[in-house]
Design a protein around this ligand. Structure first.
Ligand SMILES: Nc1ncnc2c1ncn2[C@@H]1O[C@H](COP(=O)(O)OP(=O)(O)OP(=O)(O)O)[C@@H](O)[C@H]1O
Ligand SMILES: [Mg+2]
Length: 254
């Protein structure tokens, strides 16, 4: 049975959707079968980031209600083999009609067909987090290195622990040396202390991440920069490999 990973944050815009898209692609390149679920009803974005905006007809709400089959609603990515995407309902009211237990049943079913199920949650500690949490084996909290985001990460971690997610890690995103030097961001070690979470990975600020997302392109195919390397390393760690931090980030891990 596959592993369901809930991807969350306290503060918005920390990089959850970028994490989901890029780590999913890397996992697929390693031979895994991955289902990406956009859990951000009303504000879905995975379809845009992956260049699939016109191809997703049914949402997870349709599958949970029995109006569509998982295999027809979870659409194949046009380029990345083994990657399927299940979008969120465009209308949040459609989501509200579905009992949490049906969402969890959907995740359990998906784990029969995929080795990884990544759930891209909306920011904050609201209902989506607690609804999907009972079905998740682990959580990844994506945070930037500033105090506000880390406070949110700690809150999200608390909520997930209370909701029974057995294992949670932090990914520190958009790391910029200049901000750390100026005292506006903490280093990775302090980020772990502030959030109370152990580290899954660190991703540097990299324009290629935003450019590819904006164009709906696959970062791993378009870039050889540190951003794509960081996501690649994270995918390897999720599969149980021990991988050191990127050279440029190692100095900040102190
Ligand atoms: N490592 C990075 N380097 C540069 N830009 C990044 C990086 N990570 C994310 N971004 C950019 O930051 C913005 C927010 O990222 P993203 O949409 O992944 O965040 P999110 O946590 O999913 O946001 P939301 O809370 O709204 O769902 C996007 O424009 C994205 O391209
Ligand atoms: Mg998002």
């Amino acid at each position: 049975m596959g592993t369901a990973i809930l991807v969350a944050s306290g503060k918005g815009g920390t990089g959850k959707t970028s994490f989901c898209a890029n780590v999913a692609v890397a996992l697929c390149a390693m031979g895994e079968k991955v289902l990406l679920i956009d859990a951000d009803a009303g504000l879905r974005s995975l379809d845009l980031v992956l260049g699939m905006a016109d191809s997703l007809l049914f949402s997870y709400a349709d599958v949970a209600r029995g109006d569509a089959l998982l295999k027809e609603a979870a659409v194949h990515h046009p380029i990345v083999r083994n990657l399927r995407v299940l979008t969120a309902p465009a209308d949040p009211a459609r989501r509200s009609e579905i009992p949490d237990a049906q969402l969890c049943a959907l995740i359990r079913r998906a784990r029969d067909h995929f080795t990884y199920v990544l759930i891209d949650c909306p920011a904050g500690v609201g209902r989506e987090i607690t609804a999907f949490a009972p079905a998740a084996q682990r959580a990844v909290i994506v945070s930037t290195a500033d105090a506000l985001a880390l406070r949110g990460a700690q809150k999200a971690s608390q909520t997930l622990r209370q909701a029974g997610v057995p294992e949670a890690h932090i990914v520190v995103n958009r790391i910029r040396r200049g901000m750390i030097d100026a005292g506006a961001a903490v280093n990775i070690d302090r980020a772990m202390d502030a959030s109370g979470l152990s580290l899954l990975g660190a991703v540097p600020e990299d324009d290629d991440v935003a450019v590819c997302a904006g164009r709906g392109q696959i970062l791993l195919l378009e870039s050889e920069g540190d951003g794509q390397q960081a996501y690649w390393n994270i995918a390897r760690r999720l599969r149980g490999e021990r991988v050191p931090l990127l050279d440029g980030l190692r100095g900040q891990y102190q």
